[in-house]
Ligand binder design. Structure first.
Ligand code: ADP
Ligand code: MG
Length: 627
């Protein structure tokens, strides 16, 4: 029997390992199963080129719990190691690797995130084990080796009677880590990290029903046999060629990825590049509505089919974080901090590639089946609008497929919109005025007035719309967006012909005073306008600029600081040409009060502002007039 001392400068590395990766203890299993997978794939390669003269067969990996003896076993049928190789790869390479890793990153432990993923390899076993054994038989014709190490730099290495090719790692689980002897815990970890690894992984057995024999009688009882319980799918969809996959295959993979998700995805994007970096994956556009629900099914990051994390910040562009799916790339550095990751050139290229693929896909969906694309618009608009605001590269391409729906369910691109509106909605200063509503129901009366003039009204109802139109106005000369209730329609799109006032200036002043005596000054500014005599007598509007700034500051950034806290200010537009205006002037003071109050309430009602006690009083008062 040989004993030895592992040559390291850190006298006892194990307590350090333990402490350093405290929160990430569970990754030991991923590391050991990854090593087993590597060993199997290496053997596959060696047999395929004729270097290893053994039968490759159908190797699998097995994970076994021996609860009584407090042991966890990981077995593979890979290429194995000779005693000499154990010396080299475990004592020297793995150990120095672990040491180097700790040296490099022990100060940046605070900068968690991806850090802690990968790099520690075999020695992560000591995060949960007080003693580790390796029993390994190389594919080369040499006796098996048995290595034991109890967590100090001393180890023993002797020969072993094992005859089958491959490696068995035995972890003697430490007292503080007994959770890793629980079947449910191990199953959870295998499903989390190894669900799509390329070599079959067996964990226990399961019952499978035998087919019913043809001559089975009435009282036949189904018979069950024990079969290997394979926990992974070694050939997940993203590793295949898009040509070999049907729509159904993509949907099935979505279900496999998120078993608790019952909505079907809207469409998918298959990622596949090998130059200048390697990346595969499938992204899905899920159904999203405008209240962004808290998302627990996120995009998952893999490296060579090993799950790494579902925090893809910095790798996937921010606006696409709401998507779902898988990204697999060996080229993403993982044992580095987030800030380093964002500065990494390769990672930036990956993020740009994803943006480009997504915009190409959107463009082709739009071109190939516009009708279907329009149907999906409401579910995808949030992502796209956010992309236009946050990703200049996406904004450049978005003009080709971003849509602007109208209240009568027509969908325009910006170019089509400009062309269509220019004749009727250009004002006397040559500005193209785009009207929009944020809610078809509550702004109905304003929309109706605009439609009566032949104007089109867009429905723009996502929470970030104020930011978006601010940007569109800045980038498109001579175009201005106004919400349909921002002023009376004749004021929103001013044409040459000003209406002639029926009232004299003196009468107007009298009318204004009478109205101001009744309405609350702190909320309303009275604005006297000579409008079409058929237009409503009182109209409540909210000036575009103020409202937009308030919205922008409420949704973060862009708006004017502190605007979000201002009370809502409205304009009360009084149509001095309406018959009602004349009636007020011709009434006595008491009657004036009644009339103004009732008219204000009606105007509030049509803007959705009449609520609670005021609404109750209004309803009662209105019924009383019917008596
Ligand atoms: P890495 O996997 O990054 O090389 P590890 O610390 O995980 O680092 O493993 C160190 C080395 O030990 C591996 O490169 C491999 O040569 C050897 N090794 C580990 N586990 C096995 C195994 N199950 N079968 C064969 N060799 C192994
Ligand atoms: Mg490894």
């Amino acid at each position: 029997m040989a004993t030895g001392k592992i040559n390291v400068s850190v006298e006892n590395i194990f307590p350090l390992i333990k402490k350093f990766l405290y929160s990430d203890h569970e990754i030991f299993l991923r590391e050991l199963v990854s090593n087993a997978t590597d060993a199997t794939l290496k053997l596959k390669h060696l047999t395929s080129i004729g270097e290893a003269k053994v039968e490759y067969g159908n190797p699998m990996i097995e994970v076994k719990i021996d609860k009584e003896a407090k042991k966890l076993h990981i077995l593979d049928q890979g290429l194995g190691m000779t005693a000499e190789e154990v010396e080299k790869y475990i004592n020297q390479v793995a150990f120095s690797g672990a040491e180097e890793f700790l040296e490099k990153y022990k100060d940046s432990a605070k900068d968690s995130g991806i850090i802690g993923h990968f790099g520690l390899g075999f020695y992560s076993a000591f995060m949960v084990a007080e003693k580790v054994e390796i029993i390994t038989k190389s594919h080369k014709n040499e006796p098996a080796a048995h290595w034991i190490c109890d967590g100090s730099p001393e180890f023993t290495l002797e020969t072993h009677s094992k005859t089958e090719r491959g490696t068995e790692i035995i972890l003697h689980i430490a007292e503080d880590s007994v959770e890793f002897l629980e079947e449910t815990k191990i199953r959870e970890l295998l499903t989390k990290y190894n669900k799509f690894m390329p070599v079959p992984i067996k964990f226990g057995t399961k019952k499978e029903a035998l087919p019913k024999p043809e001559d089975a009688g009435e009282d036949y009882k189904t018979e069950y046999i024990d079969v290997d319980n394979i926990i992974n799918n070694p050939n997940p969809a993203w590793t295949k060629q898009p040509n070999d996959l049907s729509e159904e295959d993509y949907k099935n993979f979505y279900r496999e990825l998120y078993p608790m998700q019952f909505d079907e995805p809207l469409f998918n994007i298959h990622l596949n590049v090998d130059y200048p970096f390697n990346l595969t994956g499938i992204l899905y556009f899920p159904k999203l509505d405008s209240n962004l629900q808290i998302q627990k099914d996120k995009i998952q990051l893999y490296q060579n089919q090993v799950f790494v994390t579902d925090n893809v910040e910095g790798i996937v562009p921010e606006f696409l974080m709401m998507l779902k799916g898988v990204v697999d790339s060996p080229d993403i550095p993982l044992n580095v901090s987030r800030s380093y990751l964002q500065a990494d050139g390769n990672v930036k290229k990956i993020s740009n590639y994803i943006t480009r693929k997504v915009s190409d896909k959107l463009k082709s969906l739009f071109n190939e089946n516009r009708e279907d694309f329009e149907k999906k618009w409401n579910d995808i608009k949030i992502v796209l609008e956010y992309g236009m605001l946050s990703e200049p590269k996406f904004y450049e391409k978005a003009g080709d497929f971003v849509l602007y729906p109208t209240t009568d369910d027509k969908y325009y691109t910006l170019t089509e919109l400009k062309e269509d509106l220019k004749d009727n909605q250009t004002d006397k200063n040559g500005k193209l005025v785009v009207l929009y509503a944020s809610n078809k129901e509550t702004q109905h009366s304003y929309i109706a007035e605009a439609n009566a003039k032949g104007y089109k009204v867009l429905v723009l109802d996502s929470p970030i719309v104020s930011h978006l139109i601010q940007k569109l106005e800045a980038d498109n000369e001579n175009i201005t967006f106004v919400r349909v209730d921002a002023d009376h329609i004749d004021k929103l799109i001013q044409k040459e012909d000003e209406a002639i006032s029926k009232l004299s200036d003196e009468e107007k002043e009298k009318l204004k005073l009478a109205i101001e005596a009744v309405i609350p000054k702190e909320n309303y500014t009275v604005q006297m306008e000579a409008l079409d005599s058929n237009a409503s007598p009182f109209i409540i509007t909210q000036p575009e600029f103020m409202r937009r700034m308030k919205e922008m500051s409420a949704t973060g950034g862009g708006g004017m600081f502190g605007m979000g806290n201002l009370p809502d200010m409205y304009n009360l537009v009084v149509n001095t040409n309406s018959e009602f205006a004349t009636s007020i002037l011709n009434s006595n003071e008491d009657a004036q009060k009644e009339l103004v109050k009732q008219a204000l309430d009606i105007a509030k009602l049509s803007q959705g502002l009449l609520k609670g006690e005021e609404l109750t009083a209004f309803v009662k008062r209105s019924f009383d007039t019917l008596k």
